[in-house]
Design a protein around this ligand. Structure first.
Ligand code: MD6
Ligand code: FE
Length: 216
């Protein structure tokens, strides 16, 4: 019996439309995971993961950093994109070409042929970490989608409508899944339920989410 037949890198991708404009490319990033992780190591050395403060002054549970021309930050003055990392006071690390390629290829496959990201937000979830329901509306151009890459432990992504209290649907985002979030879905409320401890053989006891955006 050759168990390597079941090597994760071999599982074929498939496409699912969750909502008009929201396309889930199952396992699409699997062939690129090792490269992505190497790039992340180098980004962390330049701009480490950290916990930012909400405008209300509380620590955000998710650790984050950014790469690209601008990065998303949060502090007492609110959420915004900045060209400098407030912690290092230097530019954010450049977006690796491999990151950009993966994001624009996924967007193209989903019908967004002109996606041109200038920012990638990197979120790290440890067990019991969640992300509250929100809309992504700090970007300049809502005709550009957001491309989201999930790595490591699975998480339940919830999404609703244009009002915070609209009915919610759930979908599990697994290691290697790419979610393209554009068109009529671009401004839907969404969040991530508390992540369960389910250590991943390659990524460990964490979930990493990359969101590529056209911010400016
Ligand atoms: C996450 N993702 O998956 C959080 N936002 O950890 C997001 O908040 C998100 O996946 C906009 C578009 C796609 C996303
Ligand atoms: Fe979001």
């Amino acid at each position: 019996m050759n168990y390597s037949l079941f090597d994760e890198e071999d599982s074929a991708p498939w496409i699912e439309e969750l909502f008009p404009g929201a396309i889930l490319l199952h396992r699409y990033a699997l062939p690129h995971v090792k490269t992505l992780m190497r790039c992340l190591d180098s980004i962390y050395q330049q701009s480490p993961l950290r916990q930012m403060k909400t405008p209300g002054g509380r620590s955000i549970a998710v650790h984050n950093t950014s790469c690209g021309e601008v990065g998303l930050i949060s502090d007492v003055r609110g959420y915004r994109y900045t060209p400098l990392d407030p912690q290092t006071k230097a530019k954010w690390p450049p977006m690796p070409e491999k990151f950009r390629e993966l994001a624009t290829d996924a967007a193209k496959l989903s019908g967004y042929s002109n996606f041109n990201p200038d920012s990638c937000l990197i979120n790290r979830y440890l067990p019991e970490t969640k992300l509250s329901l929100h809309q992504d509306k700090d970007e300049a151009d809502f005709t550009q989608p957001i491309v989201s890459v999930s790595l490591g432990m699975p998480a339940v992504f919830v999404f609703g409508g244009l009002q915070r209290n609209d009915k919610l649907s759930r979908v599990t985002l697994e290691h290697g899944d790419v979610l393209v979030w554009g068109g009529d879905a671009r401004l839907l409320f969404h969040g991530v339920l508390s992540v369960k401890r389910q250590p991943h053989p390659l990524i460990g006891t964490q979930r990493i989410n990359l969101t590529f955006r056209r911010a400016m």
